[in-house]
Design a protein around this ligand. Structure first.
Ligand code: ADP
Length: 370
């Protein structure tokens, strides 16, 4: 059992920067929780407070129902993997992995056994006698993870562990860490600024901005039901398109922008919740994959928009189309089904899946649909 609970935790640094503002997070036993947000949002500070490397200004931290505010880092039974690996250059891989146990006065045989087991799990058995400088970035990262595994901690903390790896290796290590999580059945808390990492690895995701938590949810729920415009724009790649406009009643409830370049009929399911916004300024959000070409249209919930393409990006299996609606840059991603690709400058009819539109109060930026 290793739940981690933060209750109203605040961190104010010397000088007055409020890095984390009264956050509440409950990480369940064996859960993989990802803290994600733009640089400076307070995610590393949160992780470092859990590790005990940073004092909390206010609030309570529980590990396994035990209040650990005043428990020193080494007694919290957690292990942290850092972005820069922090390996000792003069020690071999085996010595690096076993060092924490040696400090804690574990017996030599026990250390050897644990290092061997961890090396096997990570596939680095044949590297055990090498020094860090003779390892690739990915191998160093594995050693850093190995050093955490040998401790058999209640909780693993990861601080942007894949940031220093190239794109391909990052994808590979992502899967390895996810597998490791399943294999070890441990509680893991993982910090990243990369929404793709968060979406692919997290059981749940905490989205932070400027020291506040905006939403805590499962990846798909975040994707389909973002609570506000920030979360909607942060999760998903390419990002959600936003268009300002208003709701009017004209042959039913419709969304239009200033110039009526977009004029979409609200689907019946959404009507009730949107009625009170008639005449008011709102922002709609449309994900690039919810704009279709004639060929890729699967449903009949179609609302046509006529666009002139600024840029096209063929990705192989799909094409990203860039155009403007209501002077706002907009992206659609459509499957590459045609032999002839759409070209910049071309006019094109595209269709918005109105059932997938997100609606935000323009002032508060909160999602209107619940
Ligand atoms: P993130 O990990 O999301 O990039 P951090 O937790 O590192 O964010 O930082 C949150 C805020 O706290 C930022 O505004 C940062 O400048 C500030 N901060 C971080 N560490 C310190 C520190 N040691 N002293 C003062 N301010 C800090």
């Amino acid at each position: 059992m290793a739940d981690v609970v933060l209750k109203n935790v605040t961190k104010v640094y010397d000088g007055g920067t409020v890095a984390v503002r009264s956050v509440n997070i409950e990480v369940k036993d064996k859960e993989f929780m990802v803290l994600v947000g733009p640089s400076g949002c307070g995610k590393s500070t949160t992780l470092r407070m859990i590790a005990g490397l940073e004092d909390m200004t206010e609030g309570e931290l529980y590990i396994d129902d035990e209040l650990v505010n005043d428990v020193s880092p080494k007694d919290r039974n957690i292990a942290m993997v850092f972005q820069n690996y922090a390996l000792y250059p003069h020690m071999t891989v085996a010595e690096n992995m076993g060092f924490g146990l040696k400090l804690r006065k574990y017996k030599k045989d026990e250390i050897k056994e644990r290092v061997r087991n961890a090396a096997e799990i990570l596939g680095i058995t044949d590297l055990l006698e090498r020094k860090p400088k003779a390892l690739s970035g990915g191998q160093r990262q594995r050693v850093a993870v190995g050093r955490a595994i040998v401790r058999q901690p209640k909780v693993f903390l990861f601080d942007e562990p894949l940031s220093n790896l190239d794109a391909k290796l990052r994808v590979q290590m992502r899967t390895e860490i996810s597998k490791l999580h399943q294999q070890l059945e441990a509680t893991m808390i993982y910090v990243t600024h990369d929404q793709t990492e968060a979406m692919t690895m997290g059981d749940r995701i905490v989205i932070m901005k400027d020291g506040d938590i905006h939403q805590i949810d499962k990846p798909l729920h975040l994707y389909n039901h973002p609570v506000n415009k920030f979360v909607a724009g942060f999760i998903g790649s390419p990002s959600m398109n936003f268009i300002d406009g208003k709701l009017i009643i004209e042959d039913g409830l419709r969304f239009i922008d200033d110039k009526r370049e977009i004029n979409i009929k609200v689907v019946p399911d959404h009507e009730d919740q949107l009625k009170e916004y008639v005449g008011k300024e709102i922002t709609i959000g449309i994900r690039p994959e919810d704009i279709h070409s004639e060929d890729s249209l699967k449903s009949d919930k179609r609302d046509k928009i006529e666009v002139r393409l600024d840029v096209t990006e063929p990705m192989g299996n799909e094409i990203f189309l860039y155009f403007k609606i209501s002077q706002q840059n907009t992206i659609a991603r459509i499957p590459a089904v045609k032999e002839t690709e759409p070209q910049p400058g071309e006019k094109m009819d595209l269709y918005v899946d109105a059932s997938k539109i997100h609606f935000f109060d323009k002032l508060t930026e909160e999602a209107i649909l619940k």
